[in-house]
Design a protein around this ligand. Structure first.
Ligand code: DGJ
Length: 708
């Protein structure tokens, strides 16, 4: 992070060159309008000597006579025919087309703050871009109403221009238990706009909307991306105009009337995080380093977690869960998490949500006996909550039906038998906060699995106004209040699995639940693409049952365990139903997971896929390194080619050896398989190693130890 103690200084620059972390961002700030992007990408030397002619776009037949470069907040008057960066209107119907004049620049380290105003529209705009030491461009903005009438804001999404070689859109989509499915295609003229209107980040969030050189992959081709730090409605866009301009932006998708700026009021859109790299690994690595350098980033070794959901579902009892806790401690678990079903009348998903008091029916002696047992075994205790939600069949809904989010008289359609609470109502917020504080304080809880299991539909405040934005901010405030009261509390962001994965919630949460599927084959893909943005230690991944509950696929323990390596690892299965031998095998893997977790949480991630996307290599590289080599499916080519292990220090020598049990993969004819091999990082990356045949849905974990 930059030295934020340095004072802001006003700057006379007409060309602003920010450079850090191997990236340069160059802005034309000559005025009189808002600055525009001259370059974003490859680091340039400090003494770039830009010719003034570069600052003036050329005149082209049949376009406007005196062209103006389109800016970070593009405006129609400049000849920009894409979506304006800011849209809105005053109640007297003026102010719908802006002409911001640059009023001043301030500089601090590799940050610039831009001040502009439109006296006719009576709006002030400021925009801060920090190029962090890791090379991530963090963009924060604000628009203020300086007029005497209300300003109805429709959208505000500053963005960055891309060069014309940015020609292939690449982002993610998904659905429940199938999050993060990559999609890519040509950036054609028009807009690739990804709108999520679910009142949460959504399983289909683009996560990082990227545009790259055609054919870019993990290692090759420039790629530019943006992530929006926001858990409400969002709109990401990659645009290409007929004039040949390209632009990348992401903003909050506002419902009509959601932001009405009274005189003097301001609106700040969610922070945008832009990253560039040659290859996806480089783009992703910048995000990882930036996220890891946040002061709030988890620093302790990620505790091996057992979550009880798929072990018992709603069938909770002291006897069953103490036995499970005992078995968990025996195999090396460090955090025990009690999932849904411990409170109120919650014996199934139809009732009880909102009643955050321990069920005397299920827990006649309260949770203390279980929690004390867990603590005695040396494990932390965590618990599941879903604070923003309510079942209509609950004591809370009967007492406060007016607290349910709704647009008008009728309630929104139910989803998972539930509605959403209006946390922006102060008394509702205080009720939920007080209930959670009491729960945490009375039970010595150090971890909340914070769920959010439905899309928001017609999410109004009950008085007619839209409330998605207010709800999102209230959820953040609730998490922040709890963390202030309980500084050691960790929060997991879960939302029907992985539907709330973003840097907005991760300003308060400490990991995400990537998906409700723990089928390792699907998890390989989900985690690979979630880690495009998030470093692996923030991604929860559990070893589940042999037969995956969501898909019915059957996998070996080795494949399930291997899949939880590049993540915050844990278990989610009924250990008491395993044989002693099976439990020993789980314990063996937990020992390995503990051995490698520091490397996973600090290493630089590399990923490769073969031409057919059949064979995947994933690595975490620090002083030493680990790699997994996994066969996702049968490719057209017979196995047998050498597999490179990329990203190692080319001059160093490493001893590479198989880590962990791979009884199904025989090393016949592969001399290094049993005893390891010493090779240079260069040879490992360029020539690679021969591997024995790895069947689909099998894999191997390797360790590369630097030789001294
Ligand atoms: C959805 C979550 O993603 C699951 O892990 C589990 O916590 C259930 N909710 C509980 O209702």
């Amino acid at each position: 992070m930059s030295d934020t103690t340095a004072p802001w200084r006003s700057s006379p620059e007409t060309v602003v060159h920010l450079t850090a972390g191997g990236v340069s961002l160059v802005l034309d700030a000559e005025g009189p309008g808002l600055p525009s992007v001259l370059h974003w990408g490859t680091a340039l030397t400090a003494d770039i000597d830009l010719h003034p002619a570069l600052l003036r776009p050329p005149r082209v037949d049949n376009l406007i006579d005196a062209p103006v470069g389109f800016s970070i907040v593009p405006e129609a008057y400049t000849g920009w025919f894409g979506a304006p960066g800011l849209t809105g209107v005053r109640t007297d119907r003026t102010g719908w087309s802006t002409r911001f004049a640059l009023r001043g620049l301030e500089r601090r380290d590799q940050s610039v703050r831009i001040h502009a105003a439109d006296d006719a529209a009576q709006l002030e705009l400021s925009c801060t871009i920090e190029l962090t030491p890791e090379g991530v461009a963090v963009l924060d903005a604000e628009v203020r109403n300086t007029g005497a009438s209300d300003y109805l804001l429709s959208s505000f999404a500053p963005g960055l221009a891309l060069p014309s070689c940015a020609a292939e859109v690449h982002d993610l989509s998904g659905r429940w238990s199938m999050e993060r499915i990559p999609q890519r295609h040509e950036l054609t003229v028009g807009a690739h706009r990804r709108e999520v209107r679910r009142g949460r980040t959504g399983a289909e969030t683009p996560l990082v909307l990227m545009v790259g050189e055609v054919g870019h992959d993990f290692a090759h081709g420039q790629v530019w991306g943006v992530h929006l730090g926001w858990s409400g409605n969002s709109s990401y866009a990659a645009e290409r105009t007929m004039e040949g301009h390209r632009r990348l932006s992401a903003g909050e998708l506002l419902i009509d009337g959601e932001v009405v700026l009274a005189p003097g009021d301001a609106y700040a859109p969610p922070t945008q995080f832009f990253s560039w790299g040659v290859g996806l690994d480089e783009l992703s690595g910048r995000y990882h380093r930036y996220i890891r350098n946040r002061p709030s980033h988890v620093s302790s070794p990620r505790p091996i977690t057992l979550n009880v959901w798929e072990a018992v579902y709603f069938d909770q009892s002291l006897e069953k869960l103490t036995a499970l806790a005992t078995a968990a401690a025996e195999v090396g678990v460090e955090r025990f998490v009690l999932d849904d079903g411990w409170f109120g009348g919650r014996r199934d998903p139809t009732r009880g949500l909102g009643d955050w008091v321990v069920s005397t029916e299920v827990w006649p002696e309260g949770l203390r006996p279980l929690i004390e047992h867990v603590h005695r075994l040396g494990m932390e205790f965590g618990i599941w909550v879903e604070p923003e939600m309510i079942n209509p069949d609950s004591d809370l809904a009967r007492a406060h039906p007016e607290w349910i989010l709704r647009a008008g008289a009728g309630l929104p359609p139910e989803s998972r038998h539930q509605q959403a609470l209006n946390l922006s109502a102060p008394d509702c917020f205080a009720h939920v906060r007080d209930a959670l504080e009491a729960l945490i304080a009375e039970n010595g809880i150090s971890y909340l699995k914070w769920d959010h299991n439905r899309d928001l539909i017609e999410a109004g405040d009950g008085r007619g106004a839209p409330a998605v934005r207010a709800q999102t901010l209230a959820a953040y405030r609730l998490m922040a209040d709890l963390k202030t009261r309980f500084p050691d509390l960790e929060i997991e962001s879960c939302s029907s699995g992985g539907a709330r994965v973003d840097l907005g919630v991760l300003a308060h949460a400490d990991r995400v639940w990537a998906s409700d599927t723990i089928d390792p084959l699907e998890r390989q893909r989900i985690q690979r693409w979630t880690s495009l943005l998030l470093p692996p230690e923030l991604i929860g991944s559990h070893i589940g049952d042999e037969r995956a509950h969501t898909t019915g696929r059957v996998h070996t323990l080795d494949f399930r365990a291997l899949t939880s390596v590049f993540a915050h690892s844990g278990l989610e299965l009924d250990l008491t139903a395993l044989t002693a031998g099976e439990r020993d095998a789980v314990a063996g893997w937990i020992t390995i997971l503990k051995e490698v977790r520091h490397l996973v949480a600090t290493g630089r991630m590399v990923r490769r896929a073969d031409d057919e996307d059949a064979l995947w290599v994933t690595g975490a590289i620090a002083e030493d390194a680990i790699f997994s080599v996994v066969c996702m499916s049968r490719g057209i080519e017979a196995p047998g080619a050498r597999i490179p292990l990329p990203g190692l220090d080319v001059d160093a020598r490493y001893r590479v050896e198989v880590l962990g049990p791979v009884p199904d993969i025989r090393g016949d004819g592969v001399p290094w398989w049993q005893d390891g091999i010493v090779m240079t990082g260069k040879a490992l990356g360029v020539i690679g190693l021969p591997f024995p045949q790895i069947q689909p849905e099998q894999g191997v974990l390797l360790r590369a130890v630097r030789q001294r």
